[in-house]
Design a protein around this ligand. Structure first.
Ligand code: V0V
Ligand code: CO
Length: 140
């Protein structure tokens, strides 16, 4: 069901500072920057690698307000890994299969994600404390 790691989402206080850090330390390149009001984030995708099943990225996330998913995470836990995003071929089918196994869905239906992807989150409390995101994308 999971095709690849699409991205690792990392929560930070200052997006521009973290972009510069990842560029200078790892030589990564920003391929997309977006504000996603629904998700409460300002985010950047930095390309890591290309594979048979598509590309993988680091996603840097800065909250738009304290009262957002990433804002609350930062207040509670500080900066660090926020979620893992896995590529899937058919997100609606994957959600139905995962839900049938008793894992709580944060999103019953797909939402708009970075670079035109369809995304949906699974509840971290049912996945060993890991906030997990499914990503269906046409990008390669
Ligand atoms: C919260 N918890 C986490 C967590 N966030 N555990 C692991 N990883 C995380 N990232 C834990 C938290 O410590 C609490 O456990 C419990 O879940 C409830 O947390 P809360 O602070 O009370 O917050 P809630 O319940 O209001 O919200 C938690 C959820 C929320 C996961 C439901 O963060 C959410 O809806 N996330 C999905 C949307 C999202 O994260 N969007 C930003 C990325 P204890 O302390 O009580 O044990 S947007 C994105 O990735 C995009 C656009 C993209 O990829 O394209
Ligand atoms: Co994400």
């Amino acid at each position: 069901m999971l095709l690849r790691i699409d991205h690792v989402g990392i929560a930070c206080h200052n997006l521009n500072e973290k972009i510069e850090f990842y560029e200078s330390v790892f030589g990564l390149t920003v391929v997309s920057r977006e504000v996603n009001e629904e998700q409460g984030v300002r985010e950047a995708m930095l390309h890591v690698a290309d594979g048979d099943q598509g590309a993988s990225y680091v996603q840097l996330l800065e909250p738009l307000h304290p009262d957002t998913a990433v804002g609350k995470f930062l207040a509670k836990r500080g900066e660090g890994v926020h979620h893992i995003g896995y590529g899937v071929a058919d997100i609606t089918k994957a959600l139905a299969e995962i839900s049938a196994k008793g894992v709580r869905l944060v999103d019953e239906r797909p939402r708009h994600g970075s670079m035109g992807a369809s995304i949906a989150f699974l509840h971290p409390k049912d996945i060993g404390g890991v906030l997990t995101e499914l990503v269906e994308t046409s990008r390669r």
